[in-house]
Ligand binder design. Structure first.
Ligand code: NAD
Length: 259
């Protein structure tokens, strides 16, 4: 299916690895030019080179910490008028909430709530002016079903979700859609940290923790960044103009509810 977005420009945050990279690759495969962001220049440049080679689109790489004001300014300077914005950053650390300090909470809010809001603030009026915009926020299944050891994530991402629910309706008449993608368990570096934290919390081995997590997924495996990226590309397509303000869970059927 032609997604109808060839020649558009996307700003994809936290895109050197994992789910962000999956989104960048899937958009590039549709002919979307990219500005990709991550902290480590060498890894990011290697990803940019791979995407250019595989797809032929333009890829600019901006090495910065997107959770800082300077990082966001650098990203926006490189991509002031994106048609597509994919918000992403590393997830907050796990732990018992009694150990989380005020500073830990501020860091989680900065990374997983306020940074996406700031980037939307910087880019949405351009999208409205062009009568086309697609914003996808990578959040977590923890927004729908909290994960015990990830209190910082459960809290900060829910704040973003509430805000987006309101904003999506406000900008819908101007051709801008905003949706959240909620990953369940995907085979990226991040999953290793989550599995280790749960092993520690439940006093079991890492292998046992991994097995238990997989056993709880009806599809019987972790998801791939490619599958995640393809869903993102569809949400950014011209065909998805009637989908906005939604929270798409991509979890291999792990969430047990009817809705
Ligand atoms: P990952 O560790 O594989 O990749 C993270 C990417 O983000 C890397 O490119 C890294 O360089 C970049 N990054 C991290 N912090 C950054 C920052 N401050 N500024 C710029 N770039 C930064 O992680 P992932 O699995 O792709 O996860 C992406 C997001 O999805 C995270 O917030 C994670 O918590 C969330 N999530 C992942 C899963 C999963 O199963 N993988 C499940 C639920 C939620």
């Amino acid at each position: 299916m032609d997604m109808g977005i060839a020649g558009r420009t996307a700003l994809v945050c936290a895109a050197s690895k994992g789910l962000g990279r999956g989104c960048a690759e899937a958009l590039a495969a549709e002919g979307v030019n990219l500005v990709i962001v991550a902290r480590t220049a060498a890894t990011l440049e290697a990803t940019a080179a791979d995407i250019r080679k595989n797809t032929g689109v333009e890829v600019k790489a901006v090495a910065c910490d997107i959770t800082t004001a300077e990082g966001r300014a650098a990203a926006i300077a490189a991509c002031p008028q994106p048609d597509i914005l994919v918000n992403n950053a590393g997830g907050p650390p796990s732990g018992d909430f009694r150990q989380f300090t005020h500073e830990d909470w501020i860091r989680a809010l900065e990374a997983n709530m306020l940074t996406p809001i700031e980037l939307m603030r910087a880019t949405i009026d351009g999208m409205i002016g062009r009568n086309f915009g697609r914003i996808v926020n990578i959040t977590s299944s923890a927004v729908k079903a909290p994960i015990d050891v990830l209190g910082l994530s459960n809290g900060a991402r829910s704040g973003l979700t509430g805000f987006v629910a309101g904003l999506a309706r406000k900008v819908a008449p101007q051709g801008v859609t905003i949706n959240n993608l909620l990953p369940g368990m995907f085979d990226t570096d991040r999953i290793v940290t989550t599995i280790e934290a749960q092993a520690k919390a439940h006093d079991i081995s890492i292998e046992e923790s991994r097995k238990r997590r997989m056993a709880a997924i009806p599809v019987g495996r972790f998801g791939t960044s490619d599958e995640f990226g393809r869903a993102c590309a569809f949400l950014c397509s011209t065909h998805a103009g009637y989908i906005t303000g939604q929270n798409w869970l991509i979890d291999g059927g792990a969430y047990p509810g009817t809705f």
